[in-house]
Design a protein around this ligand. Structure first.
Ligand code: RB5
Length: 149
Protein backbone atom coordinates (compact mmCIF):
# COMPACT_ATOMS: atom_id res chain seq x y z
CA UNK A 1 0.00 0.00 0.00
CA UNK A 2 1.26 3.45 -0.97
CA UNK A 3 0.24 6.64 0.82
CA UNK A 4 -0.22 9.55 -1.58
CA UNK A 5 -0.81 13.17 -0.67
CA UNK A 6 -0.42 16.74 -1.85
CA UNK A 7 -1.32 20.33 -1.25
CA UNK A 8 -3.41 22.38 -3.70
CA UNK A 9 -0.42 23.01 -6.01
CA UNK A 10 0.35 19.31 -6.17
CA UNK A 11 -3.26 18.18 -6.53
CA UNK A 12 -3.40 17.91 -10.36
CA UNK A 13 -0.15 15.92 -10.53
CA UNK A 14 -1.29 13.69 -7.66
CA UNK A 15 -4.38 12.82 -9.70
CA UNK A 16 -2.17 11.91 -12.70
CA UNK A 17 0.01 9.71 -10.49
CA UNK A 18 -3.11 7.95 -9.16
CA UNK A 19 -4.09 7.05 -12.75
CA UNK A 20 -0.65 5.47 -13.22
CA UNK A 21 -0.97 3.52 -9.95
CA UNK A 22 -4.43 2.33 -11.04
CA UNK A 23 -3.02 1.12 -14.38
CA UNK A 24 -0.25 -0.76 -12.56
CA UNK A 25 -2.69 -2.20 -9.99
CA UNK A 26 -0.68 -0.62 -7.18
CA UNK A 27 -2.89 -0.07 -4.13
CA UNK A 28 -2.82 3.38 -2.55
CA UNK A 29 -4.56 5.50 0.01
CA UNK A 30 -5.08 9.17 -0.80
CA UNK A 31 -4.78 11.44 2.25
CA UNK A 32 -5.73 14.57 0.26
CA UNK A 33 -5.79 17.29 -0.89
CA UNK A 34 -9.03 16.42 -2.62
CA UNK A 35 -9.29 19.64 -4.65
CA UNK A 36 -7.15 22.53 -5.89
CA UNK A 37 -8.46 24.76 -3.08
CA UNK A 38 -5.62 26.32 -1.08
CA UNK A 39 -4.37 24.15 1.79
CA UNK A 40 -1.21 23.43 3.76
CA UNK A 41 1.31 20.81 2.60
CA UNK A 42 2.49 19.90 6.11
CA UNK A 43 -0.90 18.38 6.93
CA UNK A 44 -0.83 15.94 4.01
CA UNK A 45 2.85 15.21 4.64
CA UNK A 46 2.17 14.21 8.23
CA UNK A 47 -0.95 12.17 7.36
CA UNK A 48 0.87 10.17 4.66
CA UNK A 49 4.10 9.73 6.62
CA UNK A 50 2.27 8.56 9.75
CA UNK A 51 0.89 5.72 7.63
CA UNK A 52 4.39 4.73 6.57
CA UNK A 53 5.79 4.83 10.10
CA UNK A 54 2.85 2.81 11.46
CA UNK A 55 3.42 0.14 8.80
CA UNK A 56 0.02 0.66 7.16
CA UNK A 57 1.83 1.88 4.03
CA UNK A 58 5.15 0.83 2.59
CA UNK A 59 6.07 4.17 1.04
CA UNK A 60 4.65 7.65 0.52
CA UNK A 61 4.45 9.83 -2.56
CA UNK A 62 3.93 13.53 -1.86
CA UNK A 63 3.42 16.44 -4.23
CA UNK A 64 3.50 20.20 -3.67
CA UNK A 65 4.52 23.04 -5.96
CA UNK A 66 8.26 22.43 -5.70
CA UNK A 67 8.40 19.16 -3.75
CA UNK A 68 10.55 21.00 -1.24
CA UNK A 69 8.17 22.24 1.45
CA UNK A 70 6.37 18.91 1.62
CA UNK A 71 9.72 17.06 1.84
CA UNK A 72 10.83 19.31 4.70
CA UNK A 73 7.62 18.49 6.57
CA UNK A 74 7.89 14.77 5.76
CA UNK A 75 11.45 14.60 7.06
CA UNK A 76 10.29 15.88 10.46
CA UNK A 77 8.32 12.66 10.93
CA UNK A 78 10.55 10.21 12.80
CA UNK A 79 11.45 7.28 10.59
CA UNK A 80 10.83 9.07 7.32
CA UNK A 81 13.55 9.49 4.73
CA UNK A 82 11.95 11.78 2.18
CA UNK A 83 13.66 12.78 -1.06
CA UNK A 84 12.61 15.71 -3.22
CA UNK A 85 13.43 14.51 -6.73
CA UNK A 86 13.16 16.10 -10.14
CA UNK A 87 15.29 13.69 -12.15
CA UNK A 88 15.40 9.97 -12.84
CA UNK A 89 18.88 9.40 -11.42
CA UNK A 90 17.92 10.96 -8.08
CA UNK A 91 14.68 8.99 -7.82
CA UNK A 92 16.57 5.75 -8.51
CA UNK A 93 19.58 6.35 -6.29
CA UNK A 94 17.57 7.61 -3.34
CA UNK A 95 16.16 4.08 -3.23
CA UNK A 96 19.47 2.30 -3.93
CA UNK A 97 21.58 4.29 -1.48
CA UNK A 98 19.25 6.12 0.94
CA UNK A 99 16.40 3.59 1.24
CA UNK A 100 14.09 6.59 0.87
CA UNK A 101 10.57 5.75 1.96
CA UNK A 102 8.97 8.93 0.67
CA UNK A 103 9.24 10.49 -2.79
CA UNK A 104 8.43 14.19 -3.05
CA UNK A 105 7.67 15.81 -6.39
CA UNK A 106 7.16 19.39 -7.52
CA UNK A 107 4.16 19.86 -9.76
CA UNK A 108 5.50 23.25 -10.85
CA UNK A 109 8.88 21.73 -11.72
CA UNK A 110 8.22 18.27 -13.15
CA UNK A 111 5.66 17.46 -15.84
CA UNK A 112 3.31 14.52 -15.44
CA UNK A 113 5.10 12.29 -17.96
CA UNK A 114 8.46 12.62 -16.25
CA UNK A 115 6.94 12.51 -12.75
CA UNK A 116 5.40 9.13 -13.56
CA UNK A 117 8.81 7.83 -14.67
CA UNK A 118 10.20 8.96 -11.33
CA UNK A 119 7.39 7.26 -9.42
CA UNK A 120 7.88 4.07 -11.44
CA UNK A 121 11.62 3.80 -10.77
CA UNK A 122 11.21 4.84 -7.14
CA UNK A 123 8.64 2.12 -6.47
CA UNK A 124 10.49 -0.61 -8.36
CA UNK A 125 14.04 -0.10 -7.08
CA UNK A 126 15.30 -1.99 -4.03
CA UNK A 127 17.71 -0.63 -1.42
CA UNK A 128 21.24 -1.91 -1.99
CA UNK A 129 22.09 -2.27 1.71
CA UNK A 130 25.74 -2.99 2.49
CA UNK A 131 27.76 0.13 3.30
CA UNK A 132 24.65 2.24 2.80
CA UNK A 133 22.93 0.64 5.78
CA UNK A 134 25.50 2.20 8.13
CA UNK A 135 24.71 5.63 6.72
CA UNK A 136 20.97 5.10 7.07
CA UNK A 137 21.59 4.09 10.68
CA UNK A 138 23.54 7.32 11.20
CA UNK A 139 20.58 9.34 9.95
CA UNK A 140 18.44 7.58 12.54
CA UNK A 141 21.09 8.31 15.17
CA UNK A 142 20.87 12.04 14.42
CA UNK A 143 17.08 11.75 14.68
CA UNK A 144 17.55 10.19 18.11
CA UNK A 145 19.86 12.97 19.31
CA UNK A 146 23.10 11.02 19.09
CA UNK A 147 26.31 12.88 18.19
CA UNK A 148 28.13 11.29 15.26
CA UNK A 149 31.40 13.11 15.88
C1 RB5 B 1 2.15 26.65 -2.52
O1 RB5 B 1 1.94 27.86 -3.18
C2 RB5 B 1 3.61 26.30 -2.52
O2 RB5 B 1 4.30 27.18 -1.70
C3 RB5 B 1 3.82 24.88 -2.08
O3 RB5 B 1 3.11 24.02 -2.92
C4 RB5 B 1 5.25 24.35 -2.13
O4 RB5 B 1 5.84 24.62 -3.35
C5 RB5 B 1 6.09 24.70 -1.00
O5 RB5 B 1 7.25 24.25 -0.89
Amino acid sequence: MIAIGSDHAGFPLKEEIKKFLDEKNIAYTDVGAYSAESCDYAVSAQKACDKVVSGECEKAILVCGTGIGISMAANKVKGIRAAACSDYFGAKYTRLHNDANCLCLGARITGAGEAIELVDVFLSTEFEGGRHQRRIDQIADIENGKKLY
